[in-house]
Design a protein around this ligand. Structure first.
Ligand code: WQD
Length: 387
């Protein structure tokens, strides 16, 4: 349990019932944080709330830890109700003049965004409105309430076509202001802002939000903002109670494979067998969602303590290890003890051949590293869907 967490302090998790949000809320509770969830259930289910409560209570009973407080407010984070909610968490003025906090909310983790690449191409305005427009209003509201600790769900998609170089991506490969850094040979280099080859409106929303956060932090260094660039989040909680349950038809590899394994889809189309990789199929950095959730807790701790290296700091959350699509198929076949019928197709539009994280920055600055293997990802996914 985190002794630094005060009884009257809360973490606001927006989109806390979704796939990554739910796993993160559970890890926060396990670390002793009190959590307030805001979720509009647009792509999640209220039963997830009961399951998080159950798993947190089970953990606290086993460890003898205090059970932190968990609250759910079903609302759109863009509705006026958010301000009324934040009003309720305002602190009374204290006698201590050095206490400048005006809210009991000491950090916000923002998961609520649309995330389908293909849908973003068909409905760009909805994506810009929710992911960028609503996001700007959210930041203005937080500023008004004196809340300046923020963890943002970003994506490896911000690297665009940089991924195609086939070497692990470093945070410096996508920056929003000029930065100096030391390259592998020890030489001092300057990197200019901007990124090439963003392949979808979805990807552009993530890049834009990061740029907005970087500008905000530059204008007022009292902000403490971490942008977490997720690689490919997969896997489920070992209990089989939390997992990926989208309301939409999936387009990502793992959920499609589970549909094939359960008979909901006859074959898996493998997009691209001519990439410059060990078996010709594309390489991704698949990160277990529980590792990813722990990464959020580490980032939040650094954000809330004001310990980031700069007021805006981006971090790759990946394993640093790539696996091919064929290797994923093999490990899912092993976990399920079933055969996955495969059809080889051409490359999918907008895909890159390889996308793997350099994880040095998160390792040294957040003291966080992924621990789970591709096998853990496959087994926990099958355990979740076959229950
Ligand atoms: C992985 C590999 C596919 C489906 C996307 C977004 C990214 C992030 C996560 C989040 C690719 C191949 C897939 C299938 C296949 N967004 N594949 N057959 O494209 O790395 O990342 O999702 O919210 O921003 O771009 O992930 O799982 O879709 O694909 O062969 O039926 O699997 O071509 O090579 P991707 P993915």
């Amino acid at each position: 349990p985190n002794a630094a967490v005060e009884d009257a302090s809360y973490i606001l998790v927006i989109g806390g019932l979704g796939y990554i949000g739910s796993h993160t809320v559970l890890e926060l509770l396990k670390e002793g944080y009190n959590v307030v969830i805001v979720d509009d259930l647009s792509n999640s289910f209220s039963t997830v709330f009961d399951r998080i409560n159950f798993l947190a209570a089970e953990h606290c009973q086993a460890t003898g830890q205090r059970l932190p407080s968990l609250k759910l407010h079903c609302m759109d984070y863009q509705s006026p109700s958010l301000r009324s909610l934040l009003w309720r968490y305002r602190t009374r003025p204290t006698a201590n003049p050095s206490d400048s906090r005006r809210s009991m909310i000491h950090g916000v983790i923002h998961f609520a965004a649309f995330k389908s690449v293909s849908e973003s191409i068909d409905r760009p305005l909805d994506y810009y409105q929710n992911n960028v427009g609503g996001f700007i209003d959210l930041l203005s509201t937080l500023k008004e309430f004196g809340i300046n600790g923020f963890v943002f769900s970003s994506s490896a998609t911000v690297y665009g076509s940089m991924a195609n170089r086939g070497i692990p991506l470093r945070e410096e490969d996508c920056v929003h202001h000029t930065e100096t850094y030391t390259d592998a040979s020890g030489a001092e280099r300057r990197t200019e802002n901007g990124v090439r080859g963003l392949t979808s409106p979805y990807g552009r929303t993530k890049w834009m939000c990061e740029a907005i956060l970087a500008d905000l932090a530059a204008s007022d260094p009292s902000w403490s903002i971490a942008a977490l660039r997720y690689f490919n989040p997969v896997g489920c909680h070992a209990s089989g109670l939390l997992g990926e349950d989208s309301r939409q038809t999936p387009t990502n590899l793992f959920p499609i494979i589970t549909r094939v394994l359960t008979g909901a889809k006859p074959t898996l189309d493998v997009f691209g067998t001519d990439w410059a990789t060990s078996d010709g199929t594309a390489v991704r950095d698949f990160i277990h969602v529980v590792d990813l959730a722990r990464g959020h807790v580490s980032a939040l701790a650094a954000v809330a303590a004001g310990k980031l290296a700069s007021p805006f700091r981006a971090f790759n959350l990946g394993t640093g290890q790539g696996h091919t699509v064929q290797e994923v198929v093999n490990s899912m076949q092993q976990a399920a003890e079933r055969t996955i019928p495969v059809r080889h197709e051409g490359r999918r539009a907008g895909d890159v051949g390889s996308c793997v994280a350099d994880v040095q920055r998160a390792t040294s600055e957040l003291e966080w590293q992924a621990q789970k293997s591709l096998r853990d990802c496959a087994e926990s996914t099958w355990n979740y869907v076959s229950r």
